[in-house]
Write a protein of this length. Structure first.
Length: 532
């Protein structure tokens, strides 16, 4: 890549010992990190990206890790052979790291001020007073509003974007030469994501810092990295400059990754006449209480005066930032959240029904949640999970008929009926999401609410799930309410798009028209932040 390199990784291999088994997590990889450049490590989950990055600072559990070969050269020293004391002087000072989940990386017991001043006092020999002053300056530099006030906040009192900025401020406290950013924007909205990436880019220039970016977001790599290394099953299969790799990928796996971007897979011919669900003046207000007697002092308008409709066989994409009311609106329409306003399902008023009257209708509208691992019971087999709804809504089926129906739906969603007696932890993320989809499809619903169903998946698995959903829609004429902050996904799966901000609909329309000719400023900001 360059003759002037900050870090040189030569023939690195990393093994882990687990249950008397040796796992070859990284195998004989070599790449350089040049001074002042952004290098991206990309690949699917389990490819070895984070293992490689953690090896640079030797952050693995020493009792379970082994380095059978290779070296990581920094300032003519092999970091793999340095003592723990020597590494302590490098960690945070010369090489810093931003972890994937900032909320779990910060100690919830202490205010962020205490966690900020620690590296400054340790590596810069600053007094507590000067370290606090420097921390406030760093907060201001990374764009945290009212830094003097927020410095004493606890992590849970800050938004996701603010917590990520705190992590960046901590990482930059000692002006490191290398910043390792492990999926730094995965859980953030597109607008916040862009702000964080632009901030990192500006700070990289100011500090003349190198960045090792670990990500599965190829769109991000294309816009912000200089070089890219593609990893698969512990090996680097291709590395090049970003421009060369995106224009002319050589390896089959790289070509497959680049081809995994969502494509439009929907039936454009949808009848507009058969209205399935309709909501008029939907409102969900949450009271804000104060004092011992919980006196109501204000209210949060999570959903405010929303009109919405969906026809048979159609997908309506709902987009917006966190807190915009997307999920609350979807739950209100399915009567899973208390609301006011008129809701009709197939011309039947739902808002006037009591829960026991709605229960028989539940099989007609189902939900697929964001995280399949937490939405599937770890104590139930696939047969029990998928067949649970049949016992409630189809009690007339015999046990053999139920088993036959479960087997058929598993095959339909791309799984094997030999998986019936396995448990959720035995499956990959994509397979678990297929199980979650099978659980709702088996009830033959007419409407499915999909709440961020692909956000936790690799791009190739994401594409497979989207294709599966499109095929199921065409086969069974199912309608989807598809909630996501990923505009590429929304564009590929939706017939119409509804844009929400602070509980209100700011714009809606046909998908391609809205993406190509957005009318509202907020919609334009979302599309610009998504780099579409």
């Amino acid at each position: 890549m360059s003759t002037e390199n900050l870090i040189k990784i030569n023939n690195l291999s990393v093994d882990f010992e687990a249950s008397n088994e040796i796992i070859h997590a990284v195998r004989n990889i070599s790449f350089d990190i040049p001074f002042g450049k952004n290098v991206a490590l990309v690949g699917e989950s389990g490819s070895g990206k984070s293992v490689t990055a953690l090896s640079i600072l030797n952050l693995h559990d020493a009792s379970h890790v082994n380095y059978p070969g290779g070296e990581i050269i920094y300032q003519n020293k092999n970091l793999l052979t340095q003592s723990e004391r020597e590494l302590l002087d490098i960690r945070g000072s010369d090489i810093a790291m931003i972890f994937q989940e900032p909320m779990t990386s910060l100690n919830p017991v202490y205010p962020v001020s205490k966690q900020m001043i620690e590296p400054l006092m340790r590596h810069q020999n600053l007094s507590r007073e000067n370290a606090l002053k420097r921390s406030i300056e760093l907060f201001d530099r990374v764009g945290i509003p009212e830094p003097a006030r927020h410095i004493n906040s606890f992590p849970h009192m800050m938004s996701g974007g603010q917590v990520q900025r705190v992590m960046i401020a901590m990482a930059l406290a000692c002006k490191p030469k290398l910043l390792i950013a492990d999926e730094p924007t995965t859980a953030l909205d597109v607008t916040i994501q862009k702000q964080i990436l632009e901030l990192l880019k500006d700070l990289q220039t100011d500090f003349n810092m190198s960045i090792l970016m670990i990500t599965h977001d190829l769109n991000l790599v294309k816009h912000y990295s200089d070089y890219v290394c593609v990893m698969n099953q512990g090996e680097i299969v291709e590395q090049n400059s970003v421009v060369s790799l995106f224009e002319n990928p050589q390896h089959e796996y790289t070509q497959r990754l680049l081809a995994s971007q969502p494509e439009r897979h929907i039936n454009e011919q949808v009848s507009k006449s058969e209205l399935l669900i309709e909501g008029k003046d939907i409102r969900v207000y949450f009271p804000v209480t104060k004092g011992f007697f919980k006196r109501k002092v204000a209210e949060v308008k999570a959903v405010d005066q929303v009109d919405i409709h969906l026809v048979k066989g159609e997908t309506l994409g709902i987009v917006g930032e966190s807190g915009s009311g997307k999920t609350t609106l979807g739950m209100a329409l399915l009567k899973l959240q208390n609301s006011t306003g008129e809701i009709k399902f197939k011309n039947q008023r739902l808002d006037c029904l009591k829960e026991f009257e709605i229960r028989p209708l539940r099989k007609s509208f189902q939900v697929v949640f964001q995280d399949p691992f937490s939405s599937l019971s770890p104590r139930m087999t696939v047969e029990q999970i998928v067949g649970e709804g049949l016992q409630i809504h189809f009690p007339e089926l015999t046990s053999s008929q139920r088993l036959q129906k479960i087997s058929q739906v598993l095959i339909e969603v791309g799984l094997d009926d030999s998986m019936l007696w396995r448990y959720p932890h035995e499956f990959s993320g994509g397979q678990r999401q297929r199980i979650a989809i099978a659980r709702v499809v088996i009830l033959e619903p007419e409407l499915i609410l999909l709440d961020e169903p692909t956000s936790a998946l690799d791009v190739s698995v994401q594409k497979q799930v989207l294709e599966l959903l499109a095929n199921l829609q065409q086969k069974h004429n199912i309608s989807y309410l598809f909630i996501s902050h990923d505009l590429n996904v929304i564009r590929s799966i939706s017939h119409r798009v509804l844009v929400m901000k602070q509980g209100q609909v700011v714009e809606q329309g046909e998908t391609e028209q809205l993406f190509n000719e957005p009318e509202q400023k907020y919609t334009k900001e979302l599309l610009n932040a998504a780099m579409l």
